[in-house]
Design a protein around this ligand. Structure first.
Ligand code: CP3
Length: 339
């Protein structure tokens, strides 16, 4: 198995910088769009052979890791909060959380109950995958934001109001989510995941004080425990420039950096005892390949071939991204960083 991704996560020397891209399986690939003609997103997630097939699709670009095809929202359904992916609108939670009574009804599931298909997909993939497999889950703040807003949000007003007005109910909600996520990541590792990533995509909307008061203990509940398994644990968020030190404290052997923080500045905040993952702006992939490569070089220059850098985008790849530029950037990262 190509193990340069795992080596970099452990800050060991590598022959060249490993690369993968968040949301690397998805709509920018014709093979994925073809499958989506026949199946919905959730149907693909719930059929292990299809999920495995989609997980492998982006490996043609030379990625050094695969990320399981699934979604951070999947655990919400067996917990009792049903949702759908509405065409063009993103996720829609059928009954957004407004009251403590609704939180009391959420079930702290064992992941086998209702999420067994995820572990089946991992087991199937592990039979012949040529690169490490990354499992993942959503972090409690990001999941709570979908539950309370009912879908995507720009200012997180409902979520923050709930957090400020009903701190005890908020803590109960975060406690339930973090316990489910903790169990779920353990089960993914049991099934064979070589690394796991916690997506706290929207946490950067909080001030450091609010993060400390209302979020970090719940993230630590997950990460400090899962880290004991000895597999790399990637802790990712966006808009986190002022949270990086706090995120580092909450846990993660690898810290994800978004594109708003220069990689070396972010690494300084994260500290030399952690690896970093990132952080090219995903929109750069829409520029001519030569420009995209220049931007990739800038990220590599800031990493200076120090052990412990995994090249990635600063956030997920966008649906219309030109495939040829993806491939050109992957090859360029490998060539330019060759030791
Ligand atoms: O990275 C991968 O290739 C693995 C698959 C993956 C998906 N979602 C598939 C998906 C991963 C890791 C996720 C994580 C996820 N899901 C996050 C965190 C990552 C991030 O970008 O911050 C979030 C916030 C979600 C919630 C979610 N799922 C949203 C907001 C949407 C709609 C987005 C959109 O652009 O329509 C989804 C649906 C979703 N999840 C799609 C895919 C490929 C699109 C489904 C489709 O229509 O085919």
């Amino acid at each position: 198995m190509n193990d340069r991704f795992l080596k970099a996560c452990r800050r060991e020397p590598v022959d060249c910088t490993p690369v993968w891209m968040m949301r690397q399986a998805g709509r920018y690939m014709a093979e994925y769009r073809a499958l989506r003609e026949k199946y919905t997103m959730l149907e693909i997630c719930k059929q292990p052979e299809l999920a495995a097939q989609v997980t492998k699709q982006p490996l043609v670009h030379g990625m050094d890791a695969a990320i399981l095809f699934a979604d951070i929202l999947l655990p919400l359904e067996p917990m009792g909060a049903s949702f759908e992916f509405a065409k063009g609108d993103g996720p829609v939670i059928h009954e957004p959380i407004k009251t403590e009574a609704q939180i009391d009804k959420l079930v702290v599931i064992e992941p086998e109950e209702g999420l067994g298909y995820v572990m089946e997909a991992i087991k199937g993939l592990k039979k012949d995958l040529p690169v490490p497999l990354i499992g993942f889950a959503g972090a409690p703040f990001t999941l709570a934001s979908y539950l309370v807003e009912g879908g995507k949000s720009t200012n997180f007003l409902k979520t923050k109001r709930f957090m400020y007005e009903e701190p005890a109910a908020w803590s109960k909600l975060m406690g339930k989510l973090s316990e489910v996520v903790r169990r779920y990541l353990h089960k993914q590792i049991d099934a064979g995941a070589d690394a796991v990533q916690l997506f706290d995509s929207w946490v950067g909307n909080l001030s450091p004080d609010d993060y400390s008061e209302h979020v970090s203990a719940h993230v630590a509940h997950i990460l400090k425990d899962v880290e004991k398994r000895g597999v790399p644990v990637i802790h990712f968020g966006t808009g986190t420039h002022s949270l990086l030190e706090l995120q580092r404290e909450a846990g993660g052997t690898v810290i994800g950096l978004d594109f708003r923080t220069p990689l070396d500045v972010g690494w300084e905040k994260v500290g030399p005892d952690r690896a970093v993952q990132g952080n090219m702006d995903p929109t750069v992939l829409f520029a001519p390949p030569e420009i995209a490569k220049k931007h990739a070089s800038r990220v590599l220059d800031r990493a200076k071939n120090r052990p412990g850098h995994i090249f990635n985008l600063g956030h997920g790849i966008l649906p219309e991204t030109p495939v040829d530029t993806v491939k050109a950037v992957v090859d360029h990262v490998h060539e330019k960083s060759a030791r």
